[in-house]
Design a protein around this ligand. Structure first.
Ligand SMILES: *Cc1c(COP(=O)(O)O)cnc(C)c1O
Length: 376
């Protein structure tokens, strides 16, 4: 059997180990240290726009602290994109708050502005002012930034931007991760860059960053003994992991370009194929890092389903996966409120994520093309 081809696997650039070795050589194994600061500085200079970034143990932790900073608590409602990874929504429940899910729109697969406004108006009518909106750049595709920002501003609701999949994507030339009142990044093993596990909270001020770091390191007050006047968390990124992140930042742009080339590869493979659409930017305002390349298949035209193609890949030891199953269809969230139609549901029924890593080889691409050819 040939090697397994993964959807997205870690791709080291080369200098990661040097940064990690430095941490060993200086015995800076404990959390914090020069790699954490260096990684944060690299991210701040990459995103620009005067953002202040706190490196954390995961993207999920970053979302949790975003909600804590916004004082989301028991009885509150938070609006969240339904079509996403569960980690976008779960921290709402950690805080004892209630998620209200909103459907996608077909161009970006992300939060539908019309359904968002419907949800906001409806919740306000019931005297339930949403405490925040969580919008996601799914698969690296920017959401409808202008319209979502406009709505959040008009109704005075903070926007949390889940950019876990979108480091390296831009909207109107501005990097994703800089649009929300707060934004989160993820450096999990399958993401565009990895620290083996990690995340970050993108803050609007140094004061927000300080507060985030304070909360992420057990909320210790200034005192010789252990004194706490707030509830703390153990969410800081370690100096070892941050060393991997520093090396990864050096190859981020190159790896984004390679993912975008994978997307072009799929466009070629499926060009002129009725019933198969490669997920692509709606217009030139949107630039996706194409973290994952995805397709939708209209089985009534092609005669085969996404599931059949997935099985064919699997038989050749190639990983392909259905799209994110919307949260309003998840057993855990079956009681949750949902504003929408069937957009995310039908994407889930017809879509497929294809191998997209920046480390795929010509041989890998040939194996992938051979499977696709079976369906021609
Ligand atoms: C990966 C991911 C997260 C969570 O990040 P972790 O670092 O794995 O905790 C959140 N939201 C989205 C959309 C993600 O893809």
């Amino acid at each position: 059997m040939s090697n397994k081809i993964y959807l997205s696997s870690p791709h080291m650039g080369g200098t990661e180990q040097q940064y990690v070795n430095e941490a060993f050589d200086t015995n800076w194994i404990a959390p914090l240290g020069p790699n954490v600061t260096g990684f944060e500085e690299a991210l701040e200079s990459y995103l620009g726009n005067e953002k202040h970034i706190a490196a954390l143990s995961s993207g999920t932790a970053a979302l949790h602290l975003a909600l804590v900073l916004l004082e989301v608590g028991s009885g509150d409602e938070v609006i969240c994109q339904s079509m996403t990874f569960a980690a976008s929504a779960n921290p709402i429940v950690y805080q004892g708050a209630t998620p209200v899910f909103v459907d996608s729109e077909p161009n970006t697969w992300n939060m539908c502005p019309e359904q968002l406004e419907r949800a906001i108006i409806d919740r306000l009518k019931l005297g339930k002012r949403p405490k925040a909106v969580i919008a996601v750049h799914l698969y690296g595709m920017p959401f409808q930034v202008e319209r979502i920002q406009q709505l959040c501003k008009a109704y005075d609701i903070p926007l949390i931007e889940d950019a876990a999949e979108a480091l390296g994507s831009t909207y109107q030339g501005v990097p994703c991760g800089t649009f929300g009142d707060l934004a989160i990044l993820s450096f999990n093993g399958n993401k565009i860059i990895t620290t083996s596990g990690g995340g970050a909270l993108v803050c609007p001020s140094e004061a927000h960053k300080k507060r985030t770091i304070f909360l992420a390191t057990q909320a210790r007050d200034q005192a010789p003994h252990y004194q706490h006047s707030s509830l703390g968390y153990n969410y800081r990124l370690s100096n070892i992991s941050a060393g991997i992140g520093r090396g990864q930042m050096e190859v981020l742009d190159a790896h984004v370009a390679l993912r975008q080339q994978m997307n072009s590869f799929y466009k070629m493979q499926f060009s002129g194929w009725n019933g198969v659409a490669v997920f692509t930017e709606p217009d030139e305002k949107f630039v996706s890092n194409h973290w994952l390349s995805c397709i939708t298949i209209d089985a009534s035209i092609t005669g085969f389903s996404a599931e059949r193609l997935r099985h064919a890949f699997s038989e050749e030891n190639i990983e392909a996966r259905p799209l994110w199953k919307p949260m309003h269809l998840q057993p855990f969230y079956k009681e949750a409120l949902f504003y929408g139609n069937r957009v995310s549901e039908s994407l889930f029924d017809s879509g497929l994520c294809l191998p997209s890593g920046s480390n795929l080889t010509d041989e890998d691409r040939n194996r992938i093309a051979a499977v696709i050819d079976q369906f021609r």
